[in-house]
Design a protein around this ligand. Structure first.
Ligand SMILES: Nc1nc2c(ncn2[C@@H]2O[C@H](COP(=O)(O)OP(=O)(O)OP(=O)(O)O)[C@@H](O)[C@H]2O)c(=O)[nH]1
Length: 375
């Protein structure tokens, strides 16, 4: 089920798909969907360098790369430089290592739809956003477009950062006081690559990594030069996959709680009493949080950029529900816990602005009818 707010706040929220009532079983046929990785990163962070590296490395994958204008209104396209410096590939180019490269002029979903006409020629899609793009709406696209979702799935969001400039970028204030793009890209990431480590000292690198973790405590981080990382760090990570998440959602708060609302984007992890979740009541709380942009039953305005969670319903202790949210959209996936699975704590992890852990906890506990002494 994917849910998003309707246009009119007073309306009953529109549900895009029916709830997935049937739990996946091992005998269900596996559909051959093509994974999509979104590669994002602020201007000059090393996105093109990463793609050049992937497209020239021998890795046995047939990767289709889309250089595109997602999130961009200027219409200026930047070529990837393989072979001839500055050459712009307007047509498909088949590379010796099996990769396909193309430059897509169409915007949004159309780019992917065009690509899918060449289905069978590739088994992976890399989508490079422009440096100024907010990956949230792009990721949402892969949930919202039903036709698209039957062919592909979002594997993960990879964010590159330029070690030399990232602290300056995330400190920049915007005219309308909204969260700047560099911070959004970090907050939404599943993997963060700190690139250009040759340009900073080890001490500066420590500070950068700490700062990034304080924004996004769930993403895995690697440091590198020339965007070189093992491909399994960024491809086939199944970041939105229930089985992976039930094992690995290990985030905890990185910073001490602030007594007042925190303007900085940060991660808050709420460990929930287990296993006692009334899912429909919890879902209402999540909707109020994401759609009203306030902490329920308070006047505190917040922004949630990313939400992840593992829940065990009170009436079905062997069911696990994975919650994924990107901005206003969220998705509940149901699965059976396997007999051998280690018991996971139920938790909700929120990445966003103005997230006061104590206020969130008070609000949720009160909403759910839990005692504050419960965990
Ligand atoms: N010193 C140094 N320079 C690097 C490194 N990685 C990439 N660069 C250089 O940084 C510049 C920007 O890299 P790109 O890969 O074009 O960055 P990008 O994110 O695609 O840039 P935009 O498309 O403008 O957002 C290029 O001149 C790269 O050669 C690195 O590890 N160290």
């Amino acid at each position: 089920m994917i849910s998003l707010p309707s246009m009119d706040d007073d309306d009953i929220p529109e549900l895009i798909e029916e709830r997935l009532e049937t739990l996946p079983t091992e005998t269900e046929p596996v559909t051959e969907k093509v994974p999509v990785t979104i590669v994002t990163g602020f201007l000059g962070s090393g996105k093109t360098t990463l793609l050049n590296y992937i497209l020239t490395e021998q890795h046995g994958k047939r990767i289709a790369v889309i250089l595109n204008e997602f999130g961009e209104s200027s219409g200026i396209e930047k070529p990837i430089s393989i072979g001839v410096e500055g050459e712009l590939f307007e047509e498909w180019l088949e590379l010796s290592n099996g990769c396909l490269c193309c430059s897509i002029v169409d915007k949004g979903v159309k780019a992917i739809e065009n690509l899918m006409q060449k289905k069978g020629k590739f088994d992976y899609i890399l989508l490079e956003t422009t440096g100024l793009a907010d990956p949230g709406p792009i990721a949402s696209m892969f949930w919202l477009d039903e036709a698209l979702c039957s062919d592909i799935y979002l594997d993960g969001i990879v964010t590159l950062v330029d070690a030399k400039h990232i602290l300056q970028y995330i400190a920049e204030t915007t005219k309308d006081h909204s969260i700047n793009e560099a911070t959004r890209q970090i907050a939404t990431a599943d993997r963060i690559i700190i690139n250009k480590t040759d340009l900073v000292t080890p001490l500066e690198l420590d500070t950068i990594e700490r700062q990034l973790r304080s924004i996004n405590a769930t993403a895995e981080i690697r440091q590198t030069q020339r965007s070189r990382v093992p491909l399994d760090f960024i491809l086939d990570i199944h970041a939105f996959d229930i089985n992976v998440h039930s094992q690995t959602l290990t985030a905890s708060d990185e910073k001490p709680d602030h007594p007042h609302l925190d303007e900085n984007v940060r991660t808050v992890c709420l460990v929930l009493p287990h296993p006692s979740i009334n899912i429909s009541v919890m879902e209402e709380w999540i909707q109020r949080l994401l759609w009203d942009k306030t902490i329920p039953n308070t006047t505190s305005n917040i922004v949630v950029l990313r939400l992840k969670g593992i829940l065990t319903p009170e009436d079905s202790p062997l069911t696990r529900i994975i919650v994924q949210g990107v901005q206003e959209l969220y998705d509940f996936q149901y699965a059976k816990a396997n007999a051998g699975d280690k018991v996971t704590e139920d938790k909700l992890v929120l990445i966003g602005r103005n997230l006061d852990r104590q206020l969130l906890k008070n609000s949720l506990w009160q909403w759910m009818g839990w005692q504050l002494s419960d965990i």
